[in-house]
Design a protein around this ligand. Structure first.
Ligand SMILES: Cc1ncc(COP(=O)(O)O)c(C=O)c1O
Length: 395
């Protein structure tokens, strides 16, 4: 008989009989081997199995593969995916996994401010050069890729945060692959329910699952998805494993629960945002509304071609600029002043002082991120309550 201290310290038999209906949270850092030979086979890749949760965890893998299935749904494609501990670490793992010192990445200036800042950091400390181009102009990108062989990756975000600028994914992906380079997209604003970039020809998709995929604002996590399984394993999975960017099973599980209502939520986010954008665009105090569902939006036709609906994100400017915007934001009562997006309730943010604070003011200005711009993550509440609050605040 073992001693009391040993009884206390040992694992106890799992009493599970019938299979749980809901995916369990495997809160374990490691896995037992039947014998050491099995450990050797699993570590060397001769046998499938789990070893250590930084390398892989059943809960996290279930969620990642469900997102990959959504991104490829309706096509003959299959994809690999890893979840990471934030959207930022998904972007970091993608770039660090694919590029080495001396390589160049081509991107656009008008994306999430944290991504711009990360790229600038990687450029200065890792020797990865960042080039900027007009990704909406496939001919210009064709010429750039022809001229500069060191560009290995083209990185885009559409719809972009916070201007909702959209890029023709299929046209760009076609040009990039014709030069045998990689394309990667941040699909956070759209989600795979509204837009499926892998099917349109893109090689890699990333998400901040913190946002619409989770939908309830209760976890920070990210995901990288890629079509080429061997390349994915060698680059993305390997970098995730070595940098310890793995997602915790609990955070992944929260995303998993949220994803079950993704289509319902995205349809309601989209119809609410369409109504609010239309109303605001006819308001005398509003000088500009950015929403791809408005026919007046510069990229409306591109968005219409590649998105099922136009999503829950919009931004607008008030006549009067910065001071008026700040006053209006302070008057909001129903909408929350919260620096995230994609939750079921409506969230307001001032990009110039938060999400895009670290972006060079000149770059911000050129990208249309003015000091008076207000971003709205339109929730799934009754749209009249959202509108009443916005209208009383801007009047
Ligand atoms: C479009 C976009 N991508 C990536 C991120 C980074 O995600 P996370 O905060 O989960 O690291 C954000 C954050 O706001 C974002 O808006």
């Amino acid at each position: 008989m073992i001693r009391f201290e040993s009884l206390s310290a040992r694992e106890w038999p799992d009493p599970m009989t019938t299979r749980p209906h809901i995916l369990p949270i495997y809160a374990t850092s490691s896995y037992d081997f039947e014998d050491i030979e099995q450990g050797i086979r699993i570590f060397s890749g001769d046998e499938k199995g789990h070893t250590y949760s930084r390398y892989g965890n059943p809960t996290v893998e279930a969620v990642a593969s469900k997102i990959a299935a959504m991104e490829t749904y309706g096509s003959a494609l299959s994809a690999s995916a890893v979840m990471t501990n934030s959207g930022m670490s998904a972007i970091h793992v993608l770039v660090a996994g694919l590029l080495k010192s001396g390589d160049k990445m081509l991107t656009q200036p008008n994306i999430y401010g944290g991504t711009t800042e990360l790229f600038r950091q990687m450029a200065s400390s890792w020797g990865i050069e960042i080039a900027y181009g007009n990704l909406s102009n496939a001919d210009e990108i064709d010429a750039l890729l022809k001229e500069d062989k060191s560009i290995k990756l083209v990185y885009l975000e559409t719809p972009a945060n916070p201007t909702l600028a959209c890029i023709d994914i299929e046209a760009l992906a076609r040009v990039v692959s014709s030069h045998d380079r990689w394309s990667a997209i941040d699909n956070t604003f759209a989600t795979p329910y509204l837009q499926q970039p892998l099917i349109l020809g893109v090689d890699f998709v990333i998400h901040s699952t913190t946002k619409f995929l989770n939908g309830h604002g209760n976890s920070i996590a990210g995901v990288v998805i890629g079509k080429d399984a061997d390349l994915f394993k060698k680059t993305i999975w390997n970098t995730m494993k070595l940098t310890g960017a793995n997602c915790s099973p609990f955070e992944a599980w929260l995303v998993y629960q949220g994803m079950k209502t993704l289509p319902l939520r995205m349809d309601k986010h989209s119809s609410n945002a369409q109504l609010i954008a239309t109303t605001l665009s006819n308001h005398p105090n509003v000088s500009r509304v950015n929403y791809p569902g408005l026919e007046s939006h510069r990229d409306h036709l591109v968005a219409k071609k590649q998105m099922r609906a136009f999503g829950g994100m919009m931004s607008f400017e008030l006549k009067g600029g910065f001071d008026t915007a700040i006053q209006a934001m302070n008057k909001m009562k129903f909408c929350s002043l919260t620096p995230t997006l994609g939750d079921v309730d409506t969230l307001i943010l001032h990009p110039a002082s938060s999400s895009h604070l670290k972006v060079d003011p000149e770059v911000r200005r050129k990208a249309g991120i003015s000091d008076g711009l207000i971003r709205v993550s339109v929730g799934i509440e009754d749209p009249q309550d959202i509108l009443d609050d916005l209208l009383q605040a801007i009047e």
